[in-house]
Design a protein around this ligand. Structure first.
Ligand code: ATP
Ligand code: MG
Length: 393
């Protein structure tokens, strides 16, 4: 049996000329999210709405739709021919179905009629359908409640049929992934960067995560963790190519050739440059990081200035305005928190300087880098990058 879903989207509607491109991308993202499941899928647009018709299990569909950026809300709906007798039976069925879960319903009917040829207007529909429920459900089991009903049965009379639904599921909103282009995500195993990635993809960016791995300074467990985090993010983006850079030799070389108090900042500069090279090959237009201001030594404004000047691409820091509690709440909500808090050795903590320079100047840093063959380091890192394709489902 196939089920029908009415899908509402918000911001897209504001985007003028790009609107139909945005709608097509959203449609395609919806389709991709269930394409590996058994059953037919049909998806089509009507003005301001998308309809999905599919045999895929309803629980799976609901779960997937709740993770698709750009989708504001959706409802499983029943489509009925424009025949009042058929409509009233489906409406009554919705009320009876609600009574399976509770002993009592307080309900209202909300009718909308965009098809003015239908014989009843919306007020008449509300009244008549309400009456029909009252006549057919015992008195002690139902009550009309126009203002705060637990059950709001919606009836939309359109050109091509009547659509009846009573459940509205919230989506995550934002813009569909892909509409704003590709963006690199510097992804560590920590709490912040996956959240930054989520914020980016909600603004329509397709993520290209880059992780710098430094075995044996950091265990391979950390790499697994980053894969798991990517897997969670892939549920919002359908699939993700995770890029892993072997950072071990670079760290060792830096440790030998750079002043200890500048190691963190030089490391960040190298990471940014390498990320930029990888991302630009994939037509990436920005780099997203989980940085904030003032959390750690590498995030003073002076340190940000010195790292910012490395790449040409803009660096986006979506967590800038959030405090740690807010970031943790979001991490829990998107499902990355429990993975991020597993014990974890960060390459930044292995070589952490005894007293890091918190107010570096560009002259100081350039001098600190002078013994490194930076071009060679970067070239090798980019050449040897490992790409792992991860499907959301
Ligand atoms: P996170 O929780 O995201 O690790 P953090 O608060 O620990 O952030 P830092 O360790 O200073 O902060 O890292 C700041 C940002 O630099 C991270 O959010 C991430 O974007 C990037 N980053 C740090 N380490 C790595 C790494 N090994 N690979 C890729 N990106 C990294
Ligand atoms: Mg970290």
């Amino acid at each position: 049996m196939s089920n029908l879903y009415l899908i509402r989207y918000g911001e897209i509607a504001l985007k003028g000329e790009n609107r139909s491109m945005f709608e097509d991308i959203l449609k395609s993202n919806i389709k991709k999210s269930i394409k590996n499941e058994r059953g037919n899928i049909t998806i089509y647009k009507t003005p301001g709405r998308i309809f999905l018709k599919t045999e895929v299990d309803q629980n799976i569909v609901i779960n997937r739709l709740q993770k698709i950026p750009g989708l504001v809300s959706f409802s499983p709906v029943v489509e009925v021919p424009l025949d009042y007798d058929k409509i009233k039976k489906v409406v009554l069925k919705s009320a009876q179905k609600a009574l399976e879960d509770s002993e009592y319903i307080n309900f209202r009917i909300t009718a909308r009629r965009s098809n003015k040829d239908f014989k009843y207007d919306s007020m008449e529909l509300q009244y008549n359908l309400g009456e029909y429920i009252i006549e057919n459900i015992e008195e002690n089991k139902r009550e009309v409640d126009l203002h705060t009903p637990d059950l709001d049965i919606n009836v939309e009379i359109r050109k091509n049929g009547a659509f009846i639904y009573s459940e509205v599921y919230k989506g995550i909103g934002g813009l569909p992934v892909g509409v704003t282009g590709n963006a690199g995500l510097m992804l560590s195993g920590g709490i912040d960067s996956p959240v930054a990635g989520y914020m980016g993809l909600k603004r329509g960016a397709k993520l290209l995560p880059v992780y710098f791995h430094s075995f044996p300074f950091t265990s391979d467990r950390t790499k697994e963790k980053v894969k798991e985090l990517t897997q969670v993010l892939a549920k919002y983006q359908n699939n993700i190519d995770l890029h892993i850079v072997d950072f071990t030799n670079i760290l060792t070389e830096m440790n030998e050739k750079c002043p200890n108090d500048l190691i963190t900042i030089i490391m960040r500069r190298l990471m940014l440059k390498i990320t930029e090279m990888i991302v630009e090959k994939k037509n990436g237009k920005a780099i997203i990081t989980g940085e904030s201001i003032g959390q750690v030594a590498s995030q003073t404004l002076e340190a940000l200035k010195v790292t910012n000047e490395v790449p040409q691409l803009p660096i986006l820091r979506p967590l800038l305005g959030l405090n740690k509690v807010q970031i943790i709440d979001l991490a829990k909500q998107i499902g990355t928190y429990n993975i991020s808090i597993q014990p974890y050795d960060d390459c930044c903590t292995v070589f952490v300087p005894d007293s890091p320079e918190t107010r570096p100047t560009i002259e100081q840093v350039l001098k600190g880098e002078e013994n490194l063959d930076i071009n060679d380091i970067i070239e090798k890192a980019v050449e040897n990058v490992e790409v792992i394709h991860i499907e959301g489902y």
